[in-house]
Design a binder for this molecule. Structure first.
Ligand code: ADP
Ligand code: ZN
Ligand code: ZN
Length: 823
C-alpha cells in the first residue's frame, strides 16, 4: 500500500499547512475535516484539522499523526473552502481562521503540569528562594498542578519564572496532559433485551410479568414508545425519563424488570440540541401593504441572483420581512442564517423568532458555554434538517449543510468586523462569500446602510428595496438639537442635563412612558486631573488616561483593563487637589437618579453586562415596563424594539463628531439615527434631544431631518474627492513593538519597502489615535488601492513583503499585521 500523508492546519500563525504521515493503523478513519492530534516542536501537542489526504511524500522527514480524535470529520469541506478564502482575502493563516472558527471545546491544547520529583536532591550551590519554597510546599501538598493553578493559588504572577530554575535543578518535573474541555451530556436510555422481531422472547417476558399489572404496564408502555412491534415504524430510542413519565411506574418497578433481565438501563452521550423538531408550520404575522410590496420586490431581486438591500427606516418592520423570507427558505427545505451585530440583539429576537419557528430556531454566540457551543456545532454537522440559525459574527463558521438564505441585519455595523486578533474578517462580507459557496440568497438590511453598500445598491450591483414608513404609522421622532454652550451661558444646565432634556424626560415619565439616555462612554468620569499642577493618571501599559469608576472606586484602563486606586493626594505635587471631570454612563445614571428619585433607572454597558444573563434581565425588565429610564452605551443604540419609549436623549454628541478618520461622519450619523430610532416605535410620536457644543455640524442637520440620502450624497462626494472606499480599497498595516524607537524605525523601513512598489498609494507611517496599548507601541501605514485593481495581485505582493521583512533580523520583537477593509 502507498504511504499516506495528511496536510494539517495548526492553530498557529503559519502561512502554510504542515504535512504528517498517516500510520496504517490510523489512516483508515482520516479524511478532509478530521480532527487529529499532532506533535509540533519538541513537546507541544496541538489539535489540528486535516485539510488534505494524499500520497505525495514531502522532501523533509515527517512526523506521524499521533492520534485521530474522531471517527467522523468535524469540519465539512465547504467550511475549509471558506477558511481558505478568509485567509487569502484578509491576509492571515488558515490556522488563525480555524482558531476563531471552531468552538474551544473541540480544541484541546496541551497544558503544562508541574510536579515534585520523588527523592529530589538540591544540587550543590543551588539556593532555593522564598517563592520557590512556597511552590514546592504547595506541590508536596497537592501533587501535580497546572502552572496557572499554582499562580491562582498563590496569587503569583509569572510562576513559570520561579519554576524554570527548579526544573533545571531537577527538583520539579513537567508533563503535558491533554485536557478535553468539552463535557458531554449523558442521559439514561431503556432498551429491551431482545432482538426486534423476536416474538418468542417477548412472550416469555410477558409470562414473567403476568403476576404484576404494573410491571406489565411498564413493558407495554416501552413497546409502545419504541415502536418495537410496528414493522412500519423505525425503532425509536426510549429515555428513562420519558418512559417513567408515560407509564407512571416507580423506580422499583423498573428495577424489577431490570433484575429479571427484561430491560436494560444505560447512560449514553446525547447532544443537548438534539430535540425532536416540532412539525407545526411557522406562525407568521401577516405583512401590511408596504411590507408585502417590499417582500415581493425582495423576492424579485433574489430571483435575479443579486443580493437585496432592504433600506427601511427604523421600525418599518424589516424584521418581519426577514421572518417571512426565512419561512420561505425552510419551506424549500433549506437552512437560513440570520446575522445580527451584537449579542444583546439575539435576546429579543430569539423570543420573537421562537414564537414563529419553534425549535427550528438555533441561537449561537459567545455567551454560551463551550460545551453548549460544541453541541450546536455537532447538531448542525449531523443534520440536514431545515433550521434557522440566529447568531453574531462567529456563526458564519458553523457547519451548514445546505444554506438557502443569509440575512445580515444592521449591515452597516462596525462590530461585524473583528479587530483583534486575526482573522480580521468582516462577517457581513464573509457571509456573502459563504452564501455564494452554497448558492444561497443574500439579504442585507439597515435603516442606515453603509456608504459602500448603498453605493453598490445605487449602481445596480445589489437590488434596492425601500420602506419609508413605520409599521405603526407613527412618524419618525422630532429631533431637537440642544446648543450646550448657550444653555450653559443661560445657566440652564444641571450637571450634564440641559433644561430641555430634563423637561422632555419629565414629560415622558408623567405620561407613564419611558426614556433612554445614550452616552458612548462607560465609567463615572473619563478625566481625572490635579487642579493644582495638572497631573492626570495615565495607564502604565497604554497611551491613554484612566477612567474613574465610582462604585468600584478604582481607576480603570478601557484598553487593557489595568486597574489602580484613585490617589487622595496628587502623586506629582502632593496637594489634596484631585478632581474628576466629564461624564460616563455611571455618572449620568447617578445624576438622573437624583433628578428623578422616584423612578427606576437601569444602566446597560460593558460593566453591567459581564455575566451571562445580564442582557436578558435588563432588556426584559425595560420591555416589561419595570424600569423607566435606560441609560447605556452603543449597546442600546441598535435594533432593540421597545414599545413605550417616548424620549431619547443623547448626553453628548461631541464625542462622536469630528474624529480624524474617514468613517467618522458615517459612524456618527448611523449611531445617532439608530438611537433616535428607539423613540416612539409603536404609540405616539417620540422625541429626541441631542446635546452638543457643535449645533451646526452637518451630520446633526441630516439626523434632524432623518435624511439618509442627503447625508449619503454629501459623504460620497467626500469619499470620491479624497479617494476613500468605495472608490479605493484600503489596507492598513500595523507595526507593534515594545520599544518606542524600534517601532519607529521598522515602520519607516516597511513604508519605504511598500512605497518602492506602490508609490504614493502608501500613506504614513503615522501613530494611531491611541499609540500604545498593553505595553506595545504602535505605528500604522495605510495603503489605498484603486477599486478596479487586481486585489489578488496586491495581496500576493503584501504577503511576499511580509515574508521577506519578517525574516530580517532587524524586525526582531516586532508584531506586523495587515488589516484589510478596516472599518
Ligand atoms: P425594524 O426591524 O424595521 O426596525 P421591526 O420589524 O422591529 O422594525 O418592527 C417594528 C414593530 O412593528 C415591532 O414591534 C413589530 O413587532 C411590529 N410589526 C412589524 N411588522 C408587523 C406585522 N406584519 N404584524 C404585526 N406587527 C408587526
Ligand atoms: Zn498635583
Ligand atoms: Zn491600559
Amino acid at each position: 500500500m502507498k504511504a499516506k500523508y495528511a496536510d494539517v492546519i495548526l492553530p498557529l500563525p503559519l502561512y502554510s499547512t504542515y504535512t504528517y504521515s498517516l500510520p496504517e493503523e490510523v489512516s483508515e478513519g482520516v479524511a478532509t475535516g478530521s480532527r487529529v492530534l499532532v506533535q509540533f516542536g519538541r513537546k507541544k501537542y496541538y489539535t489540528g484539522i486535516v485539510s488534505r489526504v494524499h500520497s505525495e511524500a514531502p522532501s523533509y522527514e515527517v512526523k506521524p499523526v499521533s492520534e485521530v480524535m474522531d471517527r467522523e470529520p468535524v469540519v465539512r469541506p465547504a467550511q475549509l473552502k471558506l477558511w481558505r478564502w478568509i485567509s487569502e482575502y484578509y491576509l492571515c493563516s488558515e490556522g488563525e481562521v480555524m482558531k476563531a472558527a471552531i468552538p474551544t471545546g473541540l480544541k484541546p491544547e496541551s497544558e503544562t503540569f508541574v510536579s515534585l520529583v520523588d527523592d529530589f536532591d538540591v544540587p550543590e550551590g543551588f539556593s532555593i528562594s522564598e517563592r520557590q519554597a512556597v511552590i514546592m510546599t504547595l506541590l508536596q501538598d497537592k501533587g501535580r498542578m497546572r502552572i496557572r493553578d499554582i499562580e491562582a493559588e498563590l496569587g503569583m504572577a509569572n510562576a513559570a519564572r520561579h519554576i524554570m530554575p527548579l526544573l533545571d535543578a531537577e527538583i520539579v518535573a513537567i508533563d503535558e496532559k491533554l485536557v478535553e474541555r468539552y463535557h458531554a451530556r449523558k442521559e439514561s436510555f431503556v432498551t429491551l433485551n431482545a432482538r426486534r422481531g423476536d416474538k418468542e422472547t417477548l412472550h416469555r417476558y410477558f409470562d414473567m410479568t403476568a403476576r404484576s399489572d404494573r410491571q406489565e404496564k411498564l413493558l407495554v408502555t416501552w413497546l409502545d414508545m419504541s415502536g418495537w412491534l410496528n414493522p412500519m415504524r423505525d425503532a425509536s430510542d426510549v429515555t428513562k425519563a420519558a418512559l417513567m413519565k408515560a407509564s407512571g411506574a416507580t423506580p422499583s418497578i423498573l428495577k424489577a424488570l431490570v433484575d429479571k433481565g427484561i430491560l436494560t438501563v444505560e447512560r449514553r452521550v446525547v447532544n443537548r440540541f438534539n430535540h425532536v423538531v416540532e412539525e407545526h408550520p411557522p406562525l407568521l404575522a401577516p405583512l401590511n401593504e408596504q411590507q408585502s410590496r417590499a417582500y415581493d420586490a425582495t423576492l424579485d431581486v433574489l430571483r435575479g441572483c443579486r443580493p437585496a438591500l432592504i433600506h427601511g427606516i427604523t421600525g418599518s418592520g424589516k424584521t418581519e420581512i426577514y421572518t417571512h423570507l426565512m419561512a420561505a427558505s425552510l419551506r424549500d427545505a433549506n437552512q437560513a442564517l440570520y446575522l445580527v451585530p451584537e449579542i444583546s440583539l439575539t435576546t429579543q429576537l430569539a423570543d420573537r423568532l421562537r414564537k414563529v419557528f419553534g425549535n427550528r430556531l438555533v441561537v449561537y454566540h459567545s455567551k454560551f458555554s463551550d460545551s453548549e457551543r460544541v453541541d450546536i456545532w455537532k447538531k448542525l454537522l449531523n443534520t440536514r434538517e431545515p433550521l434557522v440559525v440566529l447568531g453574531v459574527r462567529s456563526s458564519v463558521f458553523l457547519p451548514f449543510s445546505h444554506l438557502g438564505l443569509v440575512i445580515v441585519d444592521e449591515e452597516h455595523e462596525s462590530s461585524y468586523k473583528q479587530y483583534d486578533p486575526a482573522p480580521r474578517y468582516n462577517a457581513r462580507d464573509t457571509a456573502m462569500v459563504l452564501a455564494q459557496m452554497h448558492g444561497a440568497k443574500v439579504v442585507l438590511g439597515s435603516a442606515t446602510p453603509s456608504i459602500e453598500t448603498y453605493f453598490k445598491a445605487l449602481n445596480g450591483k445589489y437590488g434596492l428595496v425601500e420602506l419609508n414608513e413605520r409599521f405603526s404609522g407613527t412618524p419618525l421622532p422630532d429631533v431637537n438639537i440642544i446648543d450646550m454652550r448657550r444653555q450653559r451661558k443661560e445657566k440652564k444646565v444641571k450637571g450634564i442635563l440641559s433644561l430641555p432634556l430634563r423637561t422632555s424626560i419629565k414629560e415622558a415619565l408623567a405620561e407613564g412612558r419611558q426614556a433612554i439616555v445614550f452616552q458612548n462612554r462607560r465609567g463615572f468620569a473619563p478625566m481625572v486631573v490635579c487642579r493644582q499642577c495638572g497631573w492626570t493618571p495615565k495607564c502604565e501599559n497604554c497611551d491613554v488616561s484612566l477612567v474613574y469608576h465610582k462604585k468600584a472606586d478604582v481607576l480603570r484602563c478601557h484598553y487593557c483593563g489595568y486597574v489602580c486606586a484613585l490617589p487622595t493626594l496628587c502623586p506629582a505635587c502632593g496637594e489634596n487637589a484631585i478632581a474628576t471631570f466629564g461624564y460616563g454612563t455611571e455618572r449620568i445614571a447617578e445624576e438622573i437618579q437624583e433628578e428623578f428619585p422616584h423612578h427606576r433607572i437601569v444602566r446597560m454597558d460593558l460593566d453591567t453586562t459581564r455575566n451571562k444573563d445580564a442582557y436578558q434581565e435588563i432588556i426584559e425588565q425595560f420591555a416589561d415596563n419595570e424600569t423607566d429610564i435606560l441609560i447605556g452605551t452603543q449597546m442600546i443604540s441598535k435594533g432593540l424594539d421597545f414599545g413605550r419609549v417616548k424620549e431619547v436623549g443623547v448626553a453628548n454628541a461631541d464625542t462622536l463628531l469630528n474624529f480624524p478618520d474617514f468613517r467618522s461622519n458615517e459612524r456618527a450619523f448611523n449611531m445617532l439615527e439608530q438611537v433616535a430610532g428607539r423613540a416612539g416605535r409603536r404609540e405616539e410620536k417620540g422625541r429626541v434631544d441631542i446635546q452638543t457644543s457643535r449645533p451646526d455640524d452637518h451630520v446633526l442637520r441630516f439626523v434632524k431631518a432623518h435624511d439618509f440620502k442627503g447625508f449619503y450624497n454629501v459623504e460620497i462626494e467626500e469619499r470620491r474627492k479624497y479617494r476613500y472606499p468605495p472608490f479605493t480599497k484600503v489596507i492598513n498595516i500595523y507595526i507593534k513593538h515594545k520599544d518606542a524607537r524600534s517601532v519607529d524605525r521598522i515602520a519607516r523601513e516597511y513604508t519605504l519597502e511598500l512605497r518602492r512598489i506602490f508609490g504614493n498609494r502608501v500613506l504614513g507611517p503615522e501613530k494611531p489615535f491611541v499609540s500604545r496599548v498593553a505595553l506595545w507601541y504602535i505605528q500604522g501605514i495605510m495603503l489605498k488601492i484603486e477599486a478596479n485593481a487586481s486585489m489578488k495581485k496586491v495581496k500576493d505582493i503584501l504577503r511576499d513583503v511580509y515574508t521577506r521583512m519578517a525574516a530580517s533580523p532587524d524586525m526582531k520583537g516586532a508584531q506586523i499585521y495587515y488589516d484589510v477593509d478596516p472599518v
